[in-house]
Design a protein around this ligand. Structure first.
Ligand code: ADP
Length: 407
């Protein structure tokens, strides 16, 4: 049996997943949130195969939750181990052969899953200048995990890696070239693990060779990005130097004239940290309508709340603009996929985002779009020139696959 433990360590959270990679199923997963605050929340879910002999075995789910103080990532790892020991699966019986780690920023240096060495750890730390909110937390998770699982390889999978195929014309910002080079200011792109997983699954589902089709992937969660994938390679993506650029997100602004920051600095006296906080944490849907959750925006708009209506319209307007631009970059499109919380669940967002693409032959089937079903599915009409799909993303599985591929 080959089990892989996947770790996603955020600044105040630890997400983990133990996967049985012979069957590619999750045995258990959990989320520890609000690390470092007076009360942290802990949730651990165990999946048990009730009828292992059957072709489609029944999976039973048991969930355990509690609240307690957890001071730092080392304590979070200890809590995770205690949860496995108490509720299962017992790690000595389901010993991981490797640990896979999500790391947000790999800069221009990392383009593939990489086995962790002291030098790799140092470079991830050094890349914190480009991702001060993410890389230090990712690194803390790696250090804590290596102390606990010291006899198996650890592998890092970067959010930026899939976008290392962007051509210079797509990743270069038109600013002073010397300054840009010196400070590594360019577009890197994020959500790469998800865009890779979704584009590959879409091709497989349709029975089409990935190296023969042009795809758009909309990853619409709390963070959101769209990627143009040309014959299996990311050639354009909406996030940039950081995950702030591009689409309207839950709390992030996405695109904004950079001079607006100069204006706010000069006229409103906002400092660098206040602007950072404004654009990353108090903008997007939250800034416009007071809610960062698309469900609240949709309900508000339905109930006649003007701010929710406007937030929704801005969100859709941006999606349409990016779809058009990326289809032009690709010279056409064969497949469009939606994934993540909004993309997988918000029927209206999918329909509205593509409503103006009739001129390239996109036709959504309203009944297929409205159907609620798990798994990958087609929502385009039979006579649509473009296949439109809902593809549930699985970043943990993708990280586990990539981890096994290099050990
Ligand atoms: P993250 O980026 O945090 O991983 P997810 O991919 O889990 O986010 O997406 C979370 C978001 O998905 C929520 O904030 C909410 O806006 C949206 N969402 C979840 N379920 C629905 C739904 N049924 N309808 C509309 N939006 C939804």
């Amino acid at each position: 049996m080959s089990h892989v433990l996947v770790i996603n360590s955020g600044s105040s959270s630890l997400k983990y997943s133990l996967l049985d990679m012979t069957r590619e199923v999750e045995l258990a997963g959990g989320l520890i949130e609000r690390i470092g605050q007076p009360v942290s929340t802990v949730a651990h879910t165990v999946h048990t195969v009730a009828s292992p002999g059957e072709p489609t075995p029944t999976i039973l789910e048991a969930r355990y939750e509690d609240d307690r103080p957890i001071a730092d990532h080392d304590e979070a790892f200890a809590a995770m181990l205690a949860l496995f020991a108490e509720h299962g699966p017992v790690l000595t019986e389901h010993r991981p052969v490797a640990v896979g780690h999500r790391v947000v920023h790999g800069g221009a240096r990392f383009y593939a899953p990489t086995v962790v060495t002291p030098d790799v750890e140092r470079q991830i730390g050094e890349l914190s200048v480009l991702a001060p909110l993410h890389n230090p937390a990712n690194l803390a998770g790696i250090v804590a995990a290596r102390a606990v699982f010291d006899d198996v390889p650890h592998v890092v999978v970067f959010d930026t890696a899939f976008h290392q195929t962007l051509p210079p014309a797509a990743y270069t910002y038109a600013i002073d070239a010397q300054i840009a080079r010196e400070h590594r200011v360019r577009r890197y792109g994020f959500h790469g693990t998800s865009h890779k997983y979704v584009s590959e699954h879409a091709a497989e589902f349709l029975g089409r060779a990935n190296d023969s089709i042009r795809q758009l992937v909309f990853h619409l969660g709390n963070g959101a990005s769209v990627t143009a994938v040309d014959r299996g390679r990311s050639v354009e993506t909406s996030m940039g130097l950081t995950p702030l650029e591009g689409l309207v997100m839950g709390t992030r602004s996405g695109d904004i004239d950079p001079a607006a920051l100069l204006h706010l600095s000069r006229r409103a006296g906002l400092g660098i940290d206040e602007l950072d906080d404004l654009l990353n944490k108090r903008s997007g849907l939250l800034g416009l309508a007071g809610h960062n959750d698309m469900r609240d925006i949709l309900a508000g708009a339905d109930a006649g709340d003007e701010a929710s209506r406007l937030a929704y319209d801005v969100y859709i307007h941006r999606l349409r603009a990016y779809a058009g631009a990326y289809i032009a970059q690709l010279g056409g499109v064969d497949v469009i996929s939606f994934t993540a919380g909004v993309g997988e669940n918000a029927v209206k967002v999918r329909a509205d985002a593509l409503a103006t693409l009739g001129f390239v032959g996109v036709r959504i089937d309203p009944h297929r779009n409205a159907e609620r079903a798990p798994g990958i599915r087609r929502i385009s009409a039979d006579d649509s020139a473009v296949d439109v799909l809902v593809v549930p993303t699985d970043e943990e599985l993708e990280i586990a696959r990539q981890t096994l591929s290099v050990i």
